[in-house]
Design a protein around this ligand. Sequence first.
Ligand code: NAD
Length: 481
Amino acid sequence: MGNKTPITVAHGDGIGPEIMDATLKIIQAAGAQIEIEQIEVGEKVYLRGISAGIEPSAWESLRRTKVFLKAPITTPQGGGYKSLNVTTRTTFGLYANIRPCVSYYPFVDTKHPKMNVVIVRENEEDTYTGIEYRQTQDMMECLKLISRPGSEKIVRYAFEYARSNNRKKVTCFVKDNIMKQTDGLFHTVFDEIAKEYPDIENESWIVDIGSAKLADTPEAFDVIVMPNLYGDILSDVAAQIAGSVGLAGSANIGEQCAMFEAIHGSAPRRAGQNVANPSGLLLAAVMLLVHINQPDVATKVHNAWLRTMEDGVHTYDIFAEGVSKQKVGTREFADAVIARLGQEPQTLSPVHYSSAPQQVTEKTVRPQRPKANKELVGVDVFLDWTAGTADQLGELLSTLNHDGLELTLISNRGARVWPNGQPETFTTDHWRSRFLSQTPITHAQITALLQKVSEQGLDFIKTENLYNFDGKAGYSSVSGA
Ligand code: NAD
């Protein structure tokens, strides 16, 4: 073996130190060539008054090694503490969250004995950018942002993951029948990139019926790629129905750095008793070994672990009379896995890792693409207004038409209320008025319009410019329109 790869390790809180010791012992016994840099994160750091739960010096280690094996941490009760995961994800641009959800039937009980799904969740965009506003007495807003490079990175990663893990199909979950611009872009990018991987089957589902199918027939899926919010929810659903939440690991992959962890928490009530199951962290460490290009060690560890599960050597959390043979503690479980290094499972399918997925870089997601011709053709002016009916507002705003920029409609919560609104439509204090022009306009026309809106005593709370891109509307039409 060549040089050792430095990795940053945090032992975390609660059961963290025990499951980390067990994990490191197993992978080192399997021949992992790693050099451990230990850092402290979590409760003690938070309680020292560091709101991110990680010391600045620990960042240096992560910058150096670019690989992070993290045990679960306890977030202290009370406000003011920032999530360490969110901080790490945003600081290092960890754009992909990978969560294999596998059932180990008949050794771990599940309704879905054949399930073997990997959820690839976009990790930086969507409604998770934290851009939210209160706009009126009654209305809150959260911005959903989906970018082309963000979508290209995650979709390409999903196909690269499928290819390097010998998986046959990548499925995309979106809601682009409703969110035609944002989810529509994600879907378009999926279709474009799928063409570059003719060896891998591809398909798309609307997220609602796709989720129903996933919950009912998970064996119909292989790799599923999705935007952040759907991925957040469905990766938990998938792990749960596989019957193995306590056994699942996850990887957070970025261009700069990658972080590997179990999906469960620090289980403080179980801490220090040598009872916790180290499997989730161990399977995360297996993904780490593939990532640092030690696929043979990863294969050896994973197969020995599968064999241990098969042999009925189980920790308390999965111990079941009739199936399990021996109830063991954390350390004994680690020793049982070590004793099986070199063996393969006999009922469950053995795994074989060959290479890490090709890294997706800034370059691969920014190929030369002709720049679209962008024309400003109008503006949506959002108003906080409670002084009357939709028709009255329409009448008032129509008086502001000027220079070709004309009020074309008003909507409330997306439903058209002017012109020709329906009397049944419920309205709030949050109105959108759309001013459009037949020909391109300038910013000056918009500011002149806003000046007039303001002079009418109307409170405009925000505006959205309306652009055409290569002659195609870059904004949604309005329901009821
Ligand atoms: P938890 O996952 O720690 O525990 C849920 C249940 O599962 C408990 O009954 C626990 O005993 C059991 N359990 C979890 N992991 C186990 C294991 N490896 N072996 C055996 N049993 C296990 O969730 P929680 O109780 O909601 O949270 C406890 C703490 O963990 C909180 O402070 C929370 O903020 C933190 N947490 C951290 C992370 C992380 O660091 N990534 C994730 C989730 C929760």
